[in-house]
Design a protein. Structure first.
Length: 175
């Protein structure tokens, strides 16, 4: 059932903190909040974009560095500072005429719960909270910020025979 659902996925939606990062935030004296991202997650995301998948970021977190990171990977739909993830999700479906059953969402905490209940394939990192694990159809063996995103994107692209890139660039994941 899980592999069949992966074959039908055309859209990836990710939370940021705790999914694309390990959930730690470094607060600088200037008031900036700094996060680290895994380069392998970046490679998978940019490849999904190149392969024609919709890739969307919906996060309560915000910051120019986050925006630049995702733009550099070719992601166009970036929603930061979001308080109502369900509304953003529903607007996204309408804009791209995507069926919720074709959406894979990876979240890790309670703010992701409602939207995860609406998608075709809810997933989470290994260190997600129990409530999110309970509704996830796939729990990555990797933690947030430590290739959980790469894990699920690679699985979906492999099942759809879209993973291997004949001419990869070393710059693709580091943008």
């Amino acid at each position: 059932m899980f592999l069949q659902k992966l074959k039908e996925i055309n859209t990836f939606i990710f939370d940021v903190d705790g999914v694309l990062t390990n959930g730690d935030i470094l607060a600088s004296d200037s008031g900036e909040f700094l996060r680290t991202f895994n380069i392998k997650d970046g490679y998978a995301l940019q490849l999904a974009v190149k392969r024609g998948f919709h890739v969307c970021i919906i996060s309560g977190g915000k910051g120019q560095a986050m925006q630049k990171r995702f733009e550099g990977l070719g992601i166009k739909e970036i929603f930061l500072g979001v308080s109502d993830k369900v509304q953003v999700f529903q607007n996204f479906l309408v804009k791209y005429q995507v069926n919720a059953s074709q959406v894979l969402y990876m979240g890790d905490d309670i703010p992701d719960l409602k939207v995860m209940q609406l998608v075709g394939l809810p997933t989470c990192p290994a260190d997600a909270v129990p409530e999110i694990k309970a509704i996830s159809e796939y729990i990555s063996p990797y933690t947030g910020g430590k290739t959980a995103v790469r894990d699920i994107v690679e699985k979906a692209l492999r099942v759809q025979e879209k993973w291997f890139d004949e001419n990869p660039s070393a710059a693709d994941s580091g943008k």
